[in-house]
Design a protein around this ligand. Structure first.
Ligand code: IFM
Length: 441
């Protein structure tokens, strides 16, 4: 770690993030409907160890305690997601008041604790009833999503200023519908591209619905970014890295910010390219009040191949390279190449195999170094002119890490799943100091 302190602007927003299916549990409580992740995690061999989100961190019941933890850490904002099937069990039609009440109470408690709520409307848990009708492959789902967005904004918009439509649509489309490693577990590349398009259209109609209810709300979307960096200046490496950017990051950034798909990537998809209706691209490119960026790691390419492992590099428990300088390069690239709105880092963090020590504490020095180094790079990117307004660590709590179940721990707070005891890790204490001082040393 360096000896120089890097101070952040006074209004920089410090937070931590979670998602509904990963922490709430209470999967069938009080009228909640089934989601695609309930169905998927209950299907044999889909999730490591047969884990499910049935109980998870039981946040649905322990939310008061969790808000108190956030307050103790000094969080200024909390990014969580709303479970669509908890508030509209079949995804359309009948509304579940008990589900709405849960988020209502959570928002009130956060505000009382001085914590800004930062909800995401969709973090991968589509109501199963909508999946049965075609899921995101069906265009009608876009309209149901806009209705759901409208419902939530009418209910919470008097207290919640920041809204995001989707978390990581790339993952929903390609890991869920092409690779089959996430719900709904399909393996159809052409369908996945159509799904990606529908997610963007759904974003567009939801932004319109939200703004129609209250034009003052701050609406954004959260994208995952995983740059592929060339190991050399050789044409082959440069071309591969660029093609990967267009195919992955550009596939979402370009429609959202420029109103078109990246031409080369579109051409490369040939007959698998999505079918696009005349007004779609304008609909997708609604002005954004902010953009959320999730960053964890990068790939390196050399001689046309992904290098793995990168010699001398450190890897997290997910097998992801720890490489903070790529974070700054990414942020600067976004600023240089796109007409971006203000940015928030909506996720950044690392999984390590944490254990409770005999002293009853969880010592996680590698996570502290990871967070420190990424915050330094984020701050340096701000010196480079990047308009970065806030940072959310992933995650507040250890939680259900999708196909890995509970095997991976990303939290600032350790969760003992047998007892639901929470223990603030050393990284949580460290992050609290960063927030209190508004600087990284
Ligand atoms: O846990 C996930 C989260 O739900 C979305 N972004 C990446 C995290 C770590 O894999």
């Amino acid at each position: 770690m360096s000896t120089r302190s890097l101070t952040f602007p006074l209004d920089f927003l410090w937070g931590a993030a979670t998602a509904a299916y990963q922490i709430e549990g209470a999967w069938d409580a009080d009228g909640r409907g089934e989601s695609i992740w309930d169905r998927f995690s209950h299907t044999p061999d889909k999730v490591e160890n047969g884990d499910t989100g049935d109980v998870a961190c039981d946040h649905y019941h322990l939310w008061r305690e969790d808000v108190a933890l956030m307050q103790r850490l000094g969080l200024q904002a909390y990014r969580f997601s709303i479970s669509w099937p908890r508030v509209i069990p079949a995804g359309r039609g009948v509304i579940n008041q008990a589900g709405l009440d849960f988020y209502d109470r959570l928002v009130d408690a956060l505000l009382e604790a001085g914590i800004q709520p930062f909800p995401t409307l969709y973090h991968w848990d589509l109501p199963q009833a909508l999946q049965d009708a075609g899921g995101w492959g069906a265009r009608d789902t876009c309209g149901y999503f806009a209705d759901y967005a409208d419902l939530m904004v009418r209910r919470l918009g008097d207290r919640v200023r920041f809204w995001s439509t989707f978390n990581e649509p790339w993952v929903s489309a390609f890991v869920g519908y092409r690779d089959g490693r996430h719900a709904p577990g399909l393996q159809d590349g052409k369908l996945a591209l159509q799904v990606a398009h529908h997610l963007l259209v759904a974003h567009g109609v939801a932004v319109q619905a939200i703004r129609a209810t209250d034009s003052q709300l701050q609406v954004g979307i959260v994208l995952n970014t995983w740059p592929v960096e060339p190991a050399t200046d050789l044409e082959q490496d440069l071309a591969l890295a660029e093609a990967a950017w267009q195919e992955n990051e550009g596939w979402f950034l370009d429609p959202l910010l420029r109103g078109n798909y990246p031409p080369a990537a579109l051409e490369a998809h040939g007959s698998s390219a999505p079918s696009v209706q005349p007004q779609d691209m304008a609909l997708i490119a609604q002005p954004l009040d902010w953009l959320g960026i999730n960053y964890y790691s990068r790939y390196v390419v050399q001689k046309g191949e992904i290098v793995g492992p990168v010699p001398g590099a450190e890897y997290t428990d997910m097998g992801w390279e720890v490489h903070a300088p790529a974070f700054r390069r990414l942020l600067v690239r976004l600023k240089q190449e796109y007409p971006i709105p203000p940015l928030y880092i909506t996720e950044n963090g690392a999984a390590f195999p944490d254990r409770v020590s005999p002293d009853g504490r969880v010592h996680d020095p590698r996570r502290i170094v990871y967070l420190h180094d990424h915050l330094v790079q984020a701050r340096l990117a701000m010196d480079d002119g990047v308009d970065l307004r806030g940072y959310f660590a992933w995650s507040l709590l250890d939680n259900f890490e999708w196909a890995y179940g509970y095997a991976k721990r990303f939290g600032l707070v350790y969760v003992d799943y047998a007892t639901q005891q929470r223990i603030v890790k050393d990284s949580g204490e460290w992050y609290a100091q960063v927030i209190a001082r508004n600087e990284v040393e």
